[in-house]
Ligand binder design. Structure first.
Ligand code: DX5
Ligand code: ZN
Length: 214
């Protein structure tokens, strides 16, 4: 299992220390949640923070954009240091065009699905995707309760990927812990995002290792 700790739950007054902890840990990437107060009812942070994180880590940056018009920020995000650009299906009128532009800019292309968006919305683009992010909470906040239909959704997505021969990895985000993570692993998830479970733990590096072992 790959693990992408969500920085949203980190102590922003001590960001260097938090990133150094992740650098020493077995985290496979760092999940960065960008919110605009329009697509979701919360505002997090933007490019200056992403640039600062990129400067202090070698880990790939897995950037989850909870914003409207993500297609307007492709080059900017690449220049800020993103490795993976996650756009929400619900935020993209021309998803195929946006996916191609992300890849052309040199990043990995990922599409995120809200809990209410069915897997079939990705049938016609799945072949082009590097990753699909399944939301297991309604996006906007860390520390929310896991929505259990994400397990069946992960299973359906795994079937679609196998049926079409797509190389897309499945990432799941929201309310992930050892219990929900184990169910997701069994359903076919490749990457677990975890905010509170990692950063609110007494030993974040060990919490990461417990998820990696699932
Ligand atoms: C929610 C974010 C998540 C969040 C996860 O909108 O996309 O990445 O930080 O936090 P936990 O793991 O605490 O649910
Ligand atoms: Zn996220």
């Amino acid at each position: 299992m790959l693990v992408s700790p969500s920085l949203l739950s980190a102590d922003f007054g001590n960001l260097d220390r938090e990133i150094d902890m992740l650098n020493r840990s077995n985290a496979d990437m760092i999940h960065i949640d960008v919110m605009d107060g329009v697509f979701v009812p919360n505002i997090s942070f933007g490019f200056p923070v992403i640039e600062a994180v990129a400067k202090r880590t070698e880990k790939p940056l897995d950037v989850h954009l909870m914003i409207v018009h993500p297609q307007n920020y492709i080059e900017r995000l690449r220049d800020a240091g993103a490795t993976i650009m996650n756009v929400h299906q619900e935020a993209c009128l021309h998803l195929d065009r946006t996916i191609n532009a992300i890849k052309k800019a040199g990043m990995k292309a990922a599409v995120t699905l809200n809990p209410s968006t069915p897997v079939m919305m990705l049938e016609d683009v799945i072949a082009d995707l590097d990753m699909v992010l399944v939301m297991s909470v309604n996006p906007g906040f860390s520390g929310q309760k896991f929505i259990s239909n994400a397990v069946e959704k992960t299973r359906r997505l795994r079937e679609l990927i196998e049926r079409t021969g797509s190389k897309a990895l499945i990432e799941v985000d929201g309310g992930v812990n050892e219990v929900t993570g184990a169910a997701l692993a069994e359903a076919g998830a490749d990457i677990l995002v975890a905010g509170n479970y990692v950063f609110k733990s007494d030993n974040p590096a060990e919490a990461i290792d417990r998820l990696k072992a699932l």
